[in-house]
Design a protein around this ligand. Structure first.
Ligand SMILES: *Cc1c(COP(=O)(O)O)cnc(C)c1O
Length: 450
């Protein structure tokens, strides 16, 4: 087991860190959709809107949100000594364990803040869409904290293959329904032409949006990639900085898995600002699945954030909103693009990216279990694998370095995936250049829209 680094001596931060104030470029604005979505709009509480445009460097964490954080934060920062020894590396490896809350992942950091602001805005019921179930679980937990009702639309295949995520959400009082659902208009339209098992996030979002029209008190809340979600996740990087400095350590490489970008952005933001403003040279490395390689093989251009084509277009690294993401086990990393903030940071060379195949990822996840005694979520195991590669590079070049992994969640609901790796039935999926080119060619040219 790794040595624990006195987490009790670090205070839970009182403020989130706004990285936009450190950038010497603007994040490109969103473009309105060419078609409207039946008058359904995502109405954000004013505080969340403010957080996406504020020029303030530090944003106060409301007392009620901070009190909720204190139930499990600061999260432990542990040194992975057994893993270092196994890899015979001169690198020192630390991991920030975000899997130690009831929802099992870092997503609770923003879900709590979002539920708080919606509650303050007079909303009584929050609905959301979830793929693999982590986001839905986080929202269910957060709604219970602030007395909000909660409705979760879960992509049907996950609803059936991950029954225990549903159980957790229902125990927290959420109403969980599989998508497609014949109750909704979007669900009926989909079922008329498609197999019930072919539902996806875009449809689950469309069905959730429909749920908001049933009364005046329901709102739809979005997951990970928004600027405010990444802001809320900066609590991770701020705690890491405090914990490392107590040890007299400085990070050389920060590693996180990349889906929509919130756990990576959250741990990296304070370090990126330090690089820009104080001449530091901390490398920030994102790790994506080779089956969904948006940063390493996508294009930086305007695209829709879901496959309905009803959302505003954002400038981001994308594989195309119709990209048929292969059914890899890390459901949380299957997004066809990544947030506009992470995309811009990558475009300007402020963060790095690698893509890795899932069998290697699960091998590193299982190795982490055997050495450190904690099973990473398949998403988080991407970051672990990135750290393993970095530690091996240190062994080869002989240069010691301090690596910090964002262990974004635990994998105890993903044992079927680990079993499939263990049995040798898991396969790696290769995406061809041709598939990517075809998918990118379906993105409408922005000039046609303006
Ligand atoms: C959702 C999820 C991710 C990916 O989402 P980001 O917004 O990129 O952080 C990573 N790890 C876990 C455990 C998740 O649940």
């Amino acid at each position: 087991m790794g040595r624990i680094v006195s987490p009790s001596k670090v205070e839970v931060p009182h403020k989130w860190f706004n990285i936009l104030t450190a950038l010497n470029f603007d994040i490109p604005v969103n473009l309105p959709p060419e078609r409207s979505s039946d008058g359904v709009s995502v109405q954000l509480p004013i505080e969340l809107v403010r957080q996406t445009v504020t020029k303030k460097r530090w944003v106060d964490i409301p007392a009620a949100v901070r009190a909720a954080y204190e139930k499990w934060r600061p999260t432990p920062l542990l040194r992975a000594e057994a893993l270092e020894k196994y890899l015979d590396t001169p690198a020192r490896i630390y991991y920030k364990n975000e899997g130690v809350n009831v929802s099992g992942s870092h997503k609770l950091n923003t879900a709590i803040a979002q539920a708080y602001y919606y509650h303050r805005a007079g909303v009584r019921r929050l609905v959301t869409a979830t793929g693999a179930g982590q986001w839905g679980t986080a929202v269910a937990v957060a709604c219970a904290m602030f007395g909000l009702e909660c409705g979760v639309r879960m992509v049907g295949t996950s609803f059936h293959s991950k029954p225990y995520r549903r159980t957790m959400m229902e125990l927290y009082g959420a109403e969980v329904s599989p998508s497609p659902d014949p109750i909704t208009k979007a669900g009926r339209q989909f079922l008329a032409n498609h197999d019930p098992d072919s539902g996806n996030m875009a449809l689950a979002i469309a069905e959730s949006l429909e749920d908001t029209t049933r009364d005046g008190f329901t709102r739809f809340c979005i997951g990970s990639g928004e600027l405010y979600s990444i802001l809320h996740q900066t609590i991770i990087g701020l705690e890491v900085k405090g914990q490392l400095s107590m040890l007299g350590e400085e990070a050389d490489v920060i590693i996180g898995s990349l889906g929509a970008g919130s756990n990576f952005g959250g741990i990296a933001a304070p370090y990126i600002a330090d690089n820009i403003e104080n001449g530091k040279k901390v490398r920030c490395l994102s790790v994506e699945p080779s089956a969904c390689p948006k940063l390493t093989r996508g294009e930086y251009r305007y695209d829709f954030t879901d496959s309905s084509g009803l959302t505003p277009m954002e400038k981001m690294y994308t594989l195309g909103h119709h990209f048929a993401t292969p059914d890899i086990h890390a459901g949380g990393l299957r997004y066809h693009a990544t947030s506009k903030l992470i995309s811009a940071l990558y475009h300007y060379g402020l963060v790095e990216a690698i893509a890795v195949p899932q069998t290697d990822v699960f091998a590193s996840g299982a190795l982490f279990l055997r050495t450190e005694g904690f099973l990473p979520a398949p998403e988080s195991a991407h970051a672990v694998h990135g750290a393993v590669l970095e530690a091996i590079a240190a062994r080869v070049d002989g240069i010691p370095r301090t690596i910090v992994i964002n262990l974004s969640g635990h994998g105890y609901f993903d044992l079927a995936a680990y079993q499939s790796w263990h049995d040798g039935t898991m396969v790696d999926i290769n995406v061809t250049d041709d598939e990517i080119r075809k998918s990118l060619s379906q993105i409408p040219d922005v000039k046609c829209i303006l």
